[in-house]
Ligand binder design. Sequence first.
Ligand code: SAH
Ligand code: SF4
Ligand code: F3S
Length: 374
Amino acid sequence: MKYFIVTYGCQMNVHESEKIAGILEGMGYECGQSREDADIIVFNTCAIREGAEDRVFGNVGNLKKQKKQNPNLIIVVCGCMTQKEQTASYLLKTFPFVDIVIGTFNLPNLAYYINAVKSGRQKDIWQEGDIDETQPYSRSSGDNAWVNIMQGCNNFCTYCIVPYVRGREKSRKEESILNEIKALIAEGNYKKFTLLGQNVNSYGNDLSDGVNFAKLLRDICRLDGDFTVSFMTSHPKDLSDELIDTIATEPKVEKYIHLPAQSGDNRILKLMNRKYTHEKYEEIIDKIRAKIPNCRITSDFIVGFPTETEEEFMRTMELVEKVRYDSIFAFMYSPREGTVASQMEGQIDEKVKHERVNKLLALSKKIQKEDNKS
Ligand code: SAH
Ligand code: SF4
Ligand code: F3S
């Protein structure tokens, strides 16, 4: 019996697919090479932008024929997209040949759902469960091991669906993170650990033992072994001096920070609920550059947020010009149902979004070329 997993979205999802693989291997499935030879196909979806969702609809739709030829094929759609009840019911209605539709909250019950389908029982959706820490991951990212340190997000940036589909911030206990990394070091296959969270800088805020992200990083560095540590993602509002110092002074911590700015304009930042100004953001960048020379810095930007004027967009261009990032991701704003920004007046024309995203990417490319030369 073979499984095949198709993953969309961020590193959190990539890592969660390793958890899904672990669950399936625990049930006796082996990793297959393609969709065609699989007995179970899992789509681990992303809801961050409309484009990501459209690709899932297309790919799931394409399986109709395969399911007809092989009625025993089990098709699962899970992840952020199907955590939204409306999307989940739409999927079930439009693609009745899909067997299991579950969200991120009930992923821990995946084995239960598969067994239910196999035994012909009625599938019930929307049960919540806690990730079982004893369930092994089946890792597939070479000598890098992803290590999840927290779930969810409390920030509610007005454009973003993540807090709705991933729930509130929930930090894992430091001890269990350290134990996981110790065990991975002992395996001897990993040279790098990448700590994952939507906003790693607020790690520990919900724990009562006084641990914060900087301390977690230091404690990981104290573990014996030849490895480096990296992390993503940092929210600028929570990036502390203590963390900058820790990155600067701990040789095992990679000198790299992904620090999404989203916009260079204060009015737009406020509408986005990002809780910093571009001045504050630039101050943090200056601090990083002063304390960690040669630190690689990358960022995310959204263009065409509702009501963004050409002048306001130019502030974003100015910020990119000033910071001279090692690279950036630039996204056209995509309205997500249920978020505050999707209800705002002054939605921007797609054509304008295209122009802005191309301008921003061209600028960043030009800067990288110059810097690579020097
Ligand atoms: N937690 C991370 C990023 C999560 S999503 C952070 O806060 O930085 C990754 C990126 O997708 C975001 O940084 C943002 O630039 C982009 N994004 C999120 N929602 C979006 C939307 N509705 N439209 C376009 N881009 C979006
Ligand atoms: Fe989304 Fe903002 Fe949370 Fe990042 S910090 S996941 S952009 S709400
Ligand atoms: Fe997408 Fe969910 Fe990640 S919406 S970006 S897969 S947290």
